[in-house]
Design a binder for this molecule. Structure first.
Ligand SMILES: Cc1ncc(COP(=O)(O)O)c(C=O)c1O
Length: 371
């Protein structure tokens, strides 16, 4: 691996595919437009994972770290310093979790310990909310706009009560891959965070290519209290299985989160994340491939005139008008695993972007089942 450059690896991967040396070749449609053969493996289009990761440099870091597996932890300091440099945030503002999910759940637990309610969009990502609810918090779910499926900030503002100790916002949202307009979100966050925690989950931040979008990291950087921004190594970095994620917040809140966390990060995850965050090529490559996959799916839906939410992330949210369980089973029978149900939106499906040739196959199956 050491003597092969990133560029060669990426180009080489494509060459291998064309040569028939890798599984899944049968998925590549031929120039005569013949049907793409069913793959001999299950395509994972259900978990918003990175189908390309971990990167080569992260893999090398993992290999090099295996011999350190006798250690409880690893060089947490190095990763914290790197994150501080990348985001221009002091290191006492950063917590590392076993995935950003641990930061989300810890925040949920703190809110429940404070006997506070949580306001969130509906639907949205479940980790913080479900944990807070199980720990005794009341969850105030505010439906997304029924036409656009965008998070409805005005309605969320109105839903805030005296006992609300946290407002959770995933931006981009999940399962709806929409974003919140940057100025509206900034105004909302600054106002609401005067009296309670605003938790901005930016798990899909790196995928967004939209002038209306901005991270809220600068609010943390500028010293605002009560604002948490979460990021993860699970998505663009393809390290979901090694469980590394981050919380960025004012030092006092960071300390509370660190004191309450129960997970323990491991040396493989730490060193893989450290290597991966320095590997911009892999991130650019993933973004490019994700765009290719999205273009295949979205142009197919446009052609059919089907309703979907234009994606700002690595997944699509598509209206089928059919029961999601039944549709999911039909896809599974074709070796395609799509996302789980997101009630009450049981006539929509969430489809994560796999590799472009796999999404060509998805488009073929979609047309057969739903076209
Ligand atoms: C919006 C959002 N936040 C957080 C996470 C959690 O990711 P992780 O715990 O792997 O960092 C996910 C995972 O799918 C997600 O979609």
């Amino acid at each position: 691996m050491g003597t092969v450059s990133r560029r060669q690896v990426l180009i080489g991967g494509g060459a291998l595919l064309g040569s028939g040396l890798v599984p899944g070749l049968s998925l590549v449609s031929n120039a005569f437009g013949e049907e793409i053969a069913r793959p001999d493996y299950m395509i994972r289009a259900g978990f918003n994972e990175n189908p390309w990761g971990p990167s080569r440099v992260a893999l090398q870091a993992i290999v090099d770290s295996i011999k350190m597996s006798n250690l409880y932890g690893g060089n947490r300091r190095a990763l914290t310093d790197l994150m501080g440099n990348i985001h221009n945030v002091p290191t006492d503002h950063i917590s590392i979790g076993t995935g950003s999910g641990e930061i989300l759940r810890t925040a949920g637990m703190l809110v429940a310990m404070d006997k506070g309610s949580v306001v969130c969009a509906d639907p949205t990502y479940h980790d913080l909310i479900r944990y807070a609810e199980r720990a005794g918090s009341e969850i105030i779910r505010v439906p997304v706009n029924p036409d656009t499926l965008n998070v409805d900030l005005n309605a969320m503002h109105k839903a805030i009560r005296k006992d609300t100790k946290c407002v959770y916002i995933a931006n981009p949202n999940n399962p709806v891959p929409s974003i919140i307009e940057k100025n509206a979100l900034r105004e909302f966050t600054l106002d609401v965070a005067k009296d309670r925690m605003v938790f901005i989950d930016e798990a899909y931040f790196e995928f967004v290519d939209n002038p209306d979008y901005e991270s809220m990291m600068d609010l943390v950087r500028d010293g605002h209290k009560n604002i948490v921004v979460a990021r993860t190594a699970s998505k663009i970095h393809g390290l979901a299985g090694l469980r590394i994620g981050f919380g960025f917040a004012d030092p006092e809140l960071t300390q509370r989160i660190n004191d309450a966390k129960t997970g323990a990060i491991n040396v493989l995850g730490l060193n893989a994340a450290y290597a991966s965050y320095k590997d911009q090529d892999f991130q650019d490559f993933t973004i490019r491939k994700n765009k290719e996959s999205l273009a295949i799916v979205e142009s197919m839906l446009d052609e059919l005139g089907h309703r979907y939410v234009k994606s700002n992330a690595n997944f699509s949210f598509i209206y089928t008008g059919r029961d999601v369980e039944e549709v999911g089973q039909a896809f599974r029978a074709e070796n395609l695993m799509i996302g789980r149900p997101f009630p009450p939106m049981n006539d929509w499906i969430r489809v994560s972007m796999a590799k472009p040739h796999e999404m060509e196959y998805f488009a073929q199956v979609y047309k057969k089942i739903l076209g």
